[in-house]
Design a protein around this ligand. Structure first.
Ligand SMILES: CC(C)(COP(=O)(O)OP(=O)(O)OC[C@H]1O[C@@H](n2cnc3c(N)ncnc32)[C@H](O)[C@@H]1OP(=O)(O)O)[C@@H](O)C(=O)NCCC(=O)NCCS
Length: 137
């Protein structure tokens, strides 16, 4: 994401989200897992994949917006190293099922080191998953 500092969103419903942007960042506009597949670390792996792409593109961070009331998702991002770097009040709208604040969270991407695709690693792990043991190949 490249931020145009001169751009002003005219729609007052959308303006808070338009203001919650970080320059030179890999922006995750949405992540959702079917309920029956949640709590299997899929969300975590998708976020790690976003970090992988951010590294390839030599971006400074991964960023996203989460509603403050979505405490479960916020907890997950915090556990993965994301920090709240901005917030705006939500403008009420029938399609927005939250009130309170929208939070911009970001995680710095450090350059250098190994470039490993977490989903490829995961696939290898599943291939050799035997009972209680999880071996990497
Ligand atoms: C947020 C979401 C993508 C996480 O995906 P996931 O595959 O279940 O996540 P993981 O298995 O990698 O991690 C699970 C963690 O999610 C967090 N979490 C997310 N939603 C939660 C909820 N409703 N209740 C409790 N914990 C929740 C917990 O911190 C949990 O951590 P734990 O294992 O330490 O308990 C998924 O819950 C989802 O699709 N939610 C609905 C859509 C949504 O809110 N998207 C986020 C928009 S910013």
């Amino acid at each position: 994401m490249r931020v145009d500092p001169d751009y002003v969103e005219e729609d007052e419903i959308l303006r808070p989200y338009s203001e919650l942007e970080q320059d030179n960042s890999y922006y995750v506009s949405g992540v959702a897992i079917y309920p029956e597949f949640r709590n299997n670390k899929i969300g975590q792996r998708l976020m790690q994949r976003a970090e992988f792409f951010a590294r390839i593109e030599k971006l400074d961070s991964v960023s996203l917006i989460v509603f403050e009331q979505n405490t479960g998702a916020k907890k997950l991002y915090e556990r993965l190293g994301y920090q709240v770097i901005g917030s705006r009040g939500i403008v009420p709208h029938p399609l927005i099922h939250h009130t309170g604040e929208a939070l911009l969270m970001a995680k710095e991407i450090k350059s250098g080191g190994w470039l490993l695709d977490p989903l490829e690693l995961n696939y290898s792990g599943f291939l050799v998953d035997g009972g209680d043991s999880h071996e990497a190949v």
